[in-house]
Design a protein around this ligand. Structure first.
Ligand SMILES: Cc1cc2nc3c(=O)[nH]c(=O)nc-3n(C[C@H](O)[C@H](O)[C@H](O)COP(=O)(O)OP(=O)(O)OC[C@H]3O[C@@H](n4cnc5c(N)ncnc54)[C@H](O)[C@@H]3O)c2cc1C
Length: 397
């Protein structure tokens, strides 16, 4: 597709995208998101496969690997229509996190082996960074990869692995040497999660869903050809990936849509103790959240203007603003749900509406989403850690 910039071409582009979401995209998945049902592995795969088949799964990738070549305005329009249609948020581990690492640092053979399966959602990926004793202090990781001929033998324990139990592949940070500087002994290794010696155990979250897993490696044989970059270069690769991850949390259009929903609901649902509408505190928080979204959009614009890897130090700032804003939105929705949401933590399975007649659909996910959003300021590097990075790298303190 060419890159139009004039208003009528952009309007035609928006109509084309809107029309495809209304007719070409799997409508049963949209119905599930409208009904606030939890999506399973197959739904997520079908959603991304449909986008892949349309050529729209990876707008941010370079065109030669399957990106769209859209202008910033087109990307913004696409993201708005994506959010407006209720398409489930992209599962990021493949398309957003590891793919840019593969097309930037991988060999042509690795690119040919992994990128098409990510683009067309044929393989599901997970992220194996954190360990029981290595979260914020990631360089303390202990999963070892010992060289044995053309293979590594991997032994260790990854945890808090998002959707690890759905995965076909997991990209891991592993220790390949005991270099005096801890970060120098780390390599970036992709592991087929079905390999003998890998055990995956789901972990139930605060929101009642089995979103997380722990992944245990017991002498798992992994070809050396699955390492991306040089041995010992994993730390800089991991930082590149984290900058993309932290920027991706912005999802400005998704937040705008959520605020539109907040406004519409606030107009309908009377506040319990305020005859004139919702309380001043509520309205102040709505306004602050709208302003934060606009500031976030400006920051993302600056980051994107710097090119595909332009986020740099802005990534930590974007991460803090995006995740705190996401939490604020869930707090507003929780306030609106009141006691309609409270008992419904684990009720997002198919059929909840029949089991719980009369509950407004927004109130069902409100509680679960509120709890899940608590994790946003923890995963991808906690807010405190981002502030440390800003202080050191951004302000030179
Ligand atoms: C829902 C969820 C999904 C996740 N998904 C993944 C995943 O897919 N893959 C993956 O690898 N990991 C994942 N994680 C793990 C996540 O990255 C870690 O939880 C995070 O990095 C924090 O590490 P920790 O849990 O060990 O906490 P700790 O590092 O023990 O931190 C505990 C507290 O101490 C604070 N703290 C720590 N060090 C400092 C410091 N130097 N200065 C100031 N404060 C500090 C932290 O901010 C935090 O408040 C996920 C976590 C959650 C909750």
């Amino acid at each position: 597709m060419h890159a139009p910039t004039d208003a009528s071409s952009l309007a035609a582009f928006a109509a084309e995208v809107r029309d495809w979401f209304a007719t070409g995209y799997p409508q049963d998945i949209l119905a599930k998101t409208r009904n606030a049902e939890t999506l399973g592995r197959e739904d997520l795969i079908r959603s991304q496969a449909a986008l892949g088949a349309r050529g729209w799964a990876a707008p941010h990738w370079p065109v030669e690997h399957g990106g769209t070549g859209w202008s910033p305005s087109e990307r913004q329009i696409f993201e708005a229509e994506f959010a407006r249609a209720g398409v489930p948020t992209t599962v990021p581990m493949g398309l957003i996190y590891v793919a840019p690492v593969i097309y930037t640092f991988g060999t042509p053979e690795q690119q040919a082996r992994w990128l098409p399966d990510i683009l067309h959602s044929r393989k599901f990926w997970a992220q194996g960074y954190s360990e029981p004793q290595a979260g914020s202090d990631l360089a303390a990781l202990q999963t070892r990869a010992e060289r044995d001929g053309d293979d590594y033998i991997v032994t260790g324990h990854k945890t808090w692995t998002s959707l690890g139990h759905y995965a076909d592949w997991i990209f891991c940070l592993v220790r390949t040497s005991d270099a005096p500087k801890a970060t120098a002994g780390i390599s970036f290794l992709c592991i087929d999660i079905k390999s003998p010696g890998v055990t995956v155990r789901p972990i139930r979250g605060l929101d009642g869903r089995d979103y997380l897993a722990e992944v245990i490696f017991d002498h798992v044989r992994v070809p050396v050809g699955n390492r991306i970059g040089e041995e010992g270069s994993g730390w800089s690769t991991s930082k590149y990936l984290l900058a993309n991850e932290r920027t991706w949390y912005a999802r400005v259009e998704e937040k705008r849509m959520a605020m539109d929903e907040v406004r519409a609901l606030a107009a309908q649902i009377p506040a319990p103790d305020c005859a004139l509408g919702r309380t001043t505190a509520f309205r102040t928080k709505m306004a602050q959240t709208d302003i934060a979204i606009s500031a976030l959009e400006a920051l993302v614009g600056r980051a994107r203007a710097g090119g595909p890897n332009g986020a740099g130090d802005l990534a930590s700032l974007i991460k803090i603003m995006a995740t705190e804003t996401a939490q604020a939105i869930t707090e507003l929705l929780l306030d609106l749900a009141g006691d309609m949401g409270a008992p419904l933590l684990t009720e997002r399975a198919q059929g909840w509406a029949d089991a719980l007649p009369g509950r407004p659909s927004f109130a069902v996910p409100a509680v679960a989403d509120y709890f899940m959003a608590r994790a946003q300021t923890i995963y991808g590097g906690s807010t405190e850690v981002q502030k440390n990075i800003i202080a050191r790298a951004g302000l030179g303190l």
